[in-house]
Design a protein. Structure first.
Length: 279
């Protein structure tokens, strides 16, 4: 399944389609209201933005959505905020993985929780695992930039995720740290933790074991989820938004200033994109 990346302040579902195509589109949209993808072949057969065909996304394409959208098997209805999936799509089989990727603050967690609830799947926030290890390192004064030290710390750390309903509890050596891993100090340092190959290797193993334990399927969100951790996921979503929009969301959650949140997001983006493993 190919990845396609877009930036938009509105929900975007793009691509070409033909008569009778299976599709996934924003509920309430029509072929004239869904923006086309620049450079795709339009009805005239020419390429370029002027010839872009506007229609709902073909079934074969990944879907790009903003947070706040869910899943529905119902046909489109005016002004709805759901996604239609063809009823024949194999989402109910055991071991099914749905992967949601994207940068910090793009809405991965919100969409993943909503999607898991609609499908009756478990929810896994893979980033919480890196945050838990980062929190332990900060508590013990371990250097998050030291790969060997962080790998050794992971080897003697028990990180567990408990899911139920719409939420997930993160347990660090038996302690519920679900709230503490969201502090500014952890957010600032977690990119260094995630950059170490040995740490990522250990975390990937934990994430895969978690998914295999979920008989009814799991919705997993985080960086590199669809490319490295679960490359064969049945569905892959990539979410993105402008840095200022992501900062606005983070500020609303933390009570901080949008300007400071945007600076932190840009630093996190730079660290994630420049790391040697799974950028």
């Amino acid at each position: 399944m190919r990845w396609r990346r877009t930036r938009s302040s509105a929900a975007t579902s793009t691509g070409g389609c033909g008569t009778g195509s299976w599709w996934r589109g924003a509920r309430g949209t029509s072929s004239s209201s869904v923006p086309g993808r620049r450079g795709r072949t339009g009805s005239s057969g020419r390429r370029g933005s002027g010839a872009t065909k506007r229609c709902q996304t073909p079934f074969r394409d990944p879907l790009l959505l903003r947070a706040g959208f869910g899943i529905s098997s119902l046909p489109p209805a005016p002004r709805g905020t759901f996604v239609r999936l063809h009823p024949g799509f194999p989402l109910r089989s055991a071991g099914t993985v749905v992967a949601i990727d994207g940068p910090a603050g793009s809405g991965k967690s919100t969409l993943a929780r909503l999607l898991a609830r609609e499908l009756g799947f478990r929810y896994l926030d893979s980033g919480a695992m890196y945050r838990a290890l980062t929190l332990k390192a900060l508590r013990e004064g371990a250097g998050v930039r030291d790969g060997s030290a962080m790998a050794a710390l992971l080897a003697r750390t028990d990180i567990r995720l408990e899911t139920g309903g719409e939420g997930q509890r993160t347990l660090l050596d038996g302690e519920d740290v679900s709230a503490e891993i969201r502090t500014a100090a952890v957010t600032e340092a977690v990119a260094h933790t995630a950059a170490h190959p040995a740490v990522r290797e250990g975390m990937v193993g934990l994430q895969r074991r978690f998914a295999l334990q979920e008989e009814g399927g799991v919705v997993v969100e985080g960086r590199d989820i669809g490319t490295v951790v679960f490359p064969d996921a049945v569905l892959k979503f990539y979410l993105d938004a402008s840095p200022d929009e992501r900062a606005r969301r983070r500020a609303a959650q933390s009570g901080g200033r949008p300007e400071e949140e945007e600076e932190a997001i840009l630093r996190r983006d730079g660290a994630d994109e420049s790391r040697a493993v799974a950028p």
